[in-house]
Write a protein of this length. Structure first.
Length: 257
């Protein structure tokens, strides 16, 4: 008889221990065994001469609470994951969207300045066809009594970066003061450039436009020795005045000078 009571007390004690582990660190891993073992110990304890009833009941209660806490925690984690996934699906990357979708927001010109020089970067915030963007840039230049100079570049073009750095130089500020630079990424607009005679094999190139927003004349960085203001400013001054005749690198085929 004493041996049976010791076994019953042992089950109740184990159930109590598992219940404590359930609510402190192990959750359902200890909670379910605590509840099951506590139930067996409680059944034995209510028999005549049984012992360990209090420990068995406490183990069952703690096991149930620990298991419930685990279920709540897992439910919260699943809800948080579902919410983040829904947000990601509702806001896809802009780069994956085709240009010119009807639901796009109204186009905005990406306009920056370097001193007196205005720079319009096509395509950065505007997804319309190139023709529409060029026409709007030309109209903006006319409104400010400025000429438009299309600047062909790419994001990885080192000479382009050197050219833009030199725009802050006073000599470039004077020469380009009455000019709006319209920056066109040759890689981004690949496939749209040929009708405007802007399809080039190297960058940077600089083009003046005719009444149909097509290139009518152009020069490249080959016209100066180094990408510094002292070498570039005289070339741009002569080119914008229509007096730059002798070229190191002729404009692309199809452009008449």
């Amino acid at each position: 008889m004493d041996q049976g009571r010791e076994v019953e007390n042992g089950k109740a004690t184990v159930a109590l221990s598992l219940g404590l582990l359930s609510v402190t660190c192990l959750g359902a891993l200890a909670g379910i065994p605590a509840f099951v073992l506590g139930a067996f110990a409680h059944r034995s304890a209510i028999r005549p001469g049984g012992t360990g009833r209090a420990a068995a009941v406490t183990g069952m209660i703690l096991g149930a609470v620990g298991t419930l806490l685990t279920i709540v925690a897992l439910s919260c984690a699943a809800a948080a994951y579902s919410y983040q996934r829904a947000l990601a699906m509702a806001d896809p990357p802009e780069a994956d969207e085709p240009r010119g979708r009807l639901e796009d927001p109204p186009p905005r010109i990406a306009l920056t300045s370097r001193g007196t020089i205005e720079i319009i970067e096509l395509g950065r915030t505007d997804r319309r066809p190139l023709r529409d963007q060029l026409r709007e840039a030309r109209e903006r230049g006319r409104a400010g009594n400025k000429s438009v100079l299309v600047y062909m570049a790419t994001k990885t073009c080192r000479p382009c970066l050197e050219f833009e750095t030199q725009l802050a130089d006073p000599r470039m500020q004077v020469v380009l003061a009455k000019t709006v630079l319209v920056k066109v990424d040759a890689a981004e607009f690949d496939g749209e450039l040929d009708p405007f005679r802007l399809d080039v094999d190297s960058v940077p190139w600089f083009f003046q436009l005719d009444a149909h927003v097509r290139a009518k004349d152009g020069i490249s960085a080959a016209e100066w020795d180094q990408n510094v203001a002292g070498d570039m400013a005289p070339v741009f001054e002569s080119f914008l005045a229509g007096k730059y005749r002798k070229r190191r690198l002729p404009p692309p085929i199809g452009i008449s000078l």
